[in-house]
Design a protein around this ligand. Structure first.
Ligand code: SF4
Ligand code: ZN
Length: 339
């Protein structure tokens, strides 16, 4: 089965039925995580709102994305969104960095209506920086203008660029937009007075470990002039995805943490004035990026420290016996041998 038709089948199977009002008044998740604004480490308040979710996930969906399981199967009403935010605010302790996700696009009116967007931004008006994620077609003067006028701090718009290689993006990740559309969206976001953050995917399906590092390194170089921050996101295996389908058939292993280290070490020379970070999800777990198990915690801590402080020297000093296994596997993959 080709990647796009497999993606369509998986997307159909995972689409949720329309949710009742009680489910729609509860956000998906909330937590606090370490972040940095400039050279200052700060806590970030992360909130995932429950909305109708990404329209592209309904149509075809990206090969690694299982976020549609966290959606409503219909649009949330303004009242339901307000209730989710009320609940979240009870846990808000004035963290200076706030990140609001929707398992889709904050700027898509079908997910968050314009009135609710303004209200949400107003309710976090004490934060210094507020991030939300969106697909590239939605940041415009019309959607962004009211938000930048309302929010006194910095707005940061996250875009899931994933790769600047059109073939990787279209065929292996199955995105609905081209790299150029993402780069133009980042330029637009900055011209509208906000920061642009780009996500780059490490190890989409059908790429070897080595090819995936090369793809990320090339993407860092091509995307850096357009973004204030680039985040390398190694794949973790989410339920109901093409990646999971391949994983269960022994045809996919999540990336090694050594690949994250290499992508950061090489990317740092190419990032220009943008920040280069990586905060691996599910790091050290079987379904997340991992090494041998013995060194995972140490390597993850070094990746986090480098990302927060933009000091990468510690990554050069990392080592473990599993590094030889990693190198051997890359050699076998290069010869076309399944390891
Ligand atoms: S990765 Fe983004 S664009 Fe792709 S299906 Fe998921 S939410 Fe939609
Ligand atoms: Zn190890």
């Amino acid at each position: 089965m080709t990647a796009p038709s497999l993606a369509r089948q998986v997307a159909t199977e995972r689409r949720p039925a329309p949710a009742p009002p009680e489910a729609a008044s509860k956000y998906v998740n909330q937590w606090v995580e370490p972040e940095a604004i400039g050279s200052e480490r700060v806590p970030a308040f992360v909130l995932i709102l429950r909305t109708r979710g990404c329209y592209w996930a309904d149509a075809k969906g990206c090969s690694m994305c299982g976020y549609s399981k966290d959606t409503l199967g219909r649009s949330a009403t303004p009242g339901e969104l307000a209730e989710q935010v009320d609940r979240a605010l009870r846990r808000y302790r004035g963290e200076p960095y706030v990140k609001i996700y929707t398992s889709g696009s904050f700027l898509d009116d079908r997910e968050v209506d314009p009135g609710s967007r303004l209200t949400i931004v107003r309710r976090f008006s004490g934060a210094r920086r507020l991030l939300f994620e969106t697909l590239p077609e939605f940041p415009t003067e019309e959607t962004m203008g009211p938000l930048t006028d309302t929010f006194a701090g910095e707005l940061e718009v996250a875009l899931g660029l994933e790769s600047t290689d059109p073939v990787v993006l279209r065929r292996y990740i199955n995105k609905g937009s081209t790299p150029d559309e993402y780069l133009r969206a980042a330029d637009r976001v900055r011209s509208l007075g906000a920061r642009a953050k780009g996500y780059l995917l490490l190890k989409p399906p059908y790429l070897t470990e080595e090819e995936s590092v090369e793809d990320v390194v090339r993407s860092v170089a091509a995307a850096a002039p357009h973004f204030d921050t680039l985040s390398i996101n190694p794949v973790h295996i989410q339920n109901g995805t093409v990646v999971e389908w391949l994983y269960h058939r022994g045809r996919y292993r999540p990336p090694w943490l050594w690949s994250v280290v290499e992508a950061l070490r090489r990317g740092v020379a190419l990032r220009g004035s943008s920040r280069l970070v990586s905060f691996p999800t599910a790091g050290g777990l079987a379904r997340g990026p991992h090494n041998c198990g013995e060194c995972d915690a140490k390597v993850l801590a070094a990746i986090q420290g480098a990302s927060l402080d933009q000091e990468f020297a510690e990554l050069d000093r990392l080592d473990c016996v599993c590094r030889a296994d990693f190198e051997a596997l890359r050699g076998l993959e290069a010869l076309g041998v399944e390891a």
